[in-house]
Design a protein around this ligand. Structure first.
Ligand code: HEC
Length: 145
């Protein structure tokens, strides 16, 4: 009786390993790499839209009311574009980062003034896309030249 059990056990083992072999043989086909289609639009270089970006930035600067508080070279309510760009260049800071709320103000640190600009950041600037913010920053840099 014991012998029979061992035999059956061995037989089961043989069958099981046979099954395994079959699985292994089938593997290569199953793991054949799936080719991803490369979409043309996604690979278009951003630099080709340089002029468009500045035009878009200028439009947004007016439409989003930035121009109401920021003039080119005089302080209205907020610092002038030239003052902002000058200080950002000196400190190698990033305007987009500030607009995203990821960097403390460095141009005017007066709490009352900061609160005025912070209200914009929390109000409508947070709804602007990364592309729009980059366009606004590019426009400011270019205007201050
Ligand atoms: C209601 C007036 C007002 C509006 C509208 C406004 N700002 Fe400001 N902004 C301020 C004031 C006041 C400051 C000074 C406080 C400060 O520096 O954070 C400031 C500061 C800034 C700074 C410098 C931040 C720093 O590091 O100190 C940038 C950049 C800026 N604004 C960009 C913008 C852009 C872009 C818009 C439009 C999307 C905008 N602002 C709209 C009033 C305004």
């Amino acid at each position: 009786m014991k012998k029979l059990l061992v035999f059956v056990g061995a037989l089961a083992f043989v069958f099981a390993s046979c099954g395994d072999k079959k699985k292994e043989e089938a593997k290569p086909e199953a793991t054949e790499p799936v080719k991803e289609e490369v979409k043309a639009e996604e690979t278009t270089p951003q630099e080709s839209t340089g002029g468009d970006q500045l035009a878009m930035g200028e439009k947004l600067f007016t439409e989003k009311t930035c121009a109401t508080c920021h003039a080119l070279d005089t302080k209205i309510i907020g610092p002038s574009i030239k003052d902002i760009v000058k200080i950002y260049d000196e400190k190698e800071a990033n305007i987009v980062k500030f607009l995203r709320g990821n960097q403390e103000p460095i141009v005017d640190t007066d709490p009352g003034q900061v609160a005025v600009m912070k209200a914009n950041l929390d109000g409508f600037v947070k709804d602007m896309t990364a592309e729009e913010l980059q366009a606004v920053a590019a426009y400011m840099r270019n205007a201050a030249k």
